[in-house]
Write a protein that binds this ligand. Structure first.
Ligand code: SAM
Length: 463
């Protein structure tokens, strides 16, 4: 029998553990831990084992592979230890110039009819890349002020995403950047330089794993420009290929993919066309490749893509308001302009009796679009529920002024006047809706009515 000395036994245990943990990391995140970094990884994990008061590294492995909330939280910790989040503003001047002078003008020309641009920064770290793009767009493309420009940053690292959301940066993030940018777009705070709100509102961020998650963020579906820089340098080759297939699938025909300069070496980029500019290589999806939203191309496994808004709508109709709120909030993080999702969210809050939250949603939508009648209608209901009848009437009157055919507002207003014994006003309003065309179908309290039936039911309910 072969007898092993203790140090040798320990070495074998370490090797086995490292092999297991590094392949687990690679499978989950795509990140390949280099052999020269193994001992430092082992040290970091041992510190985690100690602070979690676990028996040994094997128990740590069990934690990572379990399906628990603790496991998810520990992955967040581990990811913080193994990812490199180095980033700064206007990091690659050549590529920024390329985006400004060629890619954006071309996309703007192509998207004139839809007036929508979807831009994704994949592996955005603490957000400098995304805010740099927002600045470029603001300074050079004022015509986009009236477009629906979705600028989304995603990253695996939760802490990095939280920092991006805060938008406060140290001087170091501005290295090599002309001072005028800092003065124009940031405000000095104790903790650093804070991005101004008008730019902050133009972007959104989300924690997301390029390897495991679907990347279906945009209401309008396809992506016009994907920037994924300094991410694949840490990746396993097969995982780059998997993520690349997702990118190709999600790009709009004619859309662009920009990566770090050598990050696509040895990758099969078909059907993308490589365009060589002085500043950088860029990949373009040809115009005639059919898009396959919802299904990824082989050889990667197919992943169903989730539309959180649709799920939210479904849960709302099932009376599952908590779920509606969760789904719609996730959706809105990425699609902050989506009024319909805001409506589901406001309805769910109101139906749960969370009036303050529902009102906050309505106010933020009305601030952007003061003609958003359904939100005035929700505010009217909340005012009525909370005993503020005069306010409720005011919201309903405003709804009718904006949309004179919005019958539900008339009915609610009539009911309020009747309860206050203001019969002549109620009768006038009733007369107005009676004169509307009966071919119009009205959605009221989850039913569909003709005007005549609606008035009959309404009057019958009130004797
Ligand atoms: C060096 S930073 C790049 C930041 C920025 N793109 C730039 O070039 O300045 C790499 C980022 O990729 C992120 N990352 C690594 N693996 C990822 C994955 N599977 N999904 C999403 N992000 C990932 C890391 O968390 C890290 O923030």
């Amino acid at each position: 029998m072969l007898l092993l000395t203790l140090p040798l036994q320990q070495q074998m245990l370490n090797d086995n553990f490292l092999q297991s943990v590094t392949s687990l990391i690679c499978n989950k995140t795509g990140i390949k831990i280099r052999p020269e970094d193994h001992s430092s990884l082992l040290k970091k994990i041992r510190r985690r084992v100690q602070s979690l008061k676990l028996k040994d590294e094997l128990e740590y492995l069990e934690l990572l592979t379990s399906r628990s909330r603790e496991s998810k939280a520990e992955w967040d910790n581990l990811i913080g230890l193994i990812t490199t989040g180095e980033s700064y503003f206007f990091r690659d001047r050549g590529q920024i110039k390329l985006i400004q002078e060629h890619l954006l003008p071309d996309l703007i020309e192509k998207r004139q009819a839809q007036r929508t641009l979807n831009i994704l920064s994949a592996g955005c770290s603490t957000g400098e890349e995304v805010y740099s793009l927002a600045i470029i767009i603001k300074e050079n493309f004022p015509e986009l002020d009236n477009w629906d420009v979705n600028l989304v940053g995603i990253d695996l690292n939760r802490e990095a995403i939280n920092k991006a959301l805060q938008g406060i940066y140290p001087d170091w993030s501005f290295r090599g950047v002309e001072n005028r940018y800092r003065l124009a777009y940031f405000r000095r705070q104790k903790a650093g330089w804070q991005i101004i709100n008008s730019l902050k509102h133009r972007v959104s961020f989300r924690q997301c794993n390029l390897v495991e998650d679907d990347l279906y963020f945009f209401t309008s579906g396809a992506i016009d420009l994907i920037i994924c820089r300094n991410v694949f340098i840490y990746f396993d080759r097969d995982k780059i290929s998997l993520v690349l297939r997702k990118f190709i699938d999600l790009l709009r025909a004619g859309g662009y993919l920009l990566t770090g300069h050598t990050e696509m070496q040895e990758q099969d980029t078909t059907p993308l066309i490589a365009l060589s500019y002085a500043e950088s290589l860029v990949y373009q999806k040809p115009e005639d490749v059919p898009m396959q939203i919802g299904i990824l191309n082989s050889p990667t496994p197919t992943v169903p893509l989730t539309n959180f808004k649709e799920l939210g709508k479904q849960k709302l109709s099932e009376g599952l308001y908590h779920e509606t709120i969760e789904y719609c909030t996730s959706w809105l993080n990425l699609n902050p302009q989506d009024e319909e999702a805001e409506l589901f969210l406001a309805q769910a809050y109101a139906n749960r009796g969370q009036y303050k939250e529902a009102e906050a949603v309505c106010y933020r939508v009305l601030e952007k679009n003061h003609l958003a009648v359904p939100f005035l209608h929700i505010l009217a209901h909340i005012a009525e529920e909370t005993g503020q009848k005069a306010e409720a009437k005011e919201y309903l009157r405003r709804s009718i002024l904006i949309d004179p055919n919005f019958v539900p507002a008339y009915l609610d207003l009539i009911a309020l006047h009747l309860s206050d014994q203001e019969y002549s006003t109620a009768a006038k309003l009733l007369f107005t809706i009676k004169s509307m065309s009966n071919s119009q179908l009205i959605h009221y309290q989850a039913q569909v009515y003709t005007i005549e039936n609606l008035i009959k039911n309404f009057c019958a309910d009130r004797g």
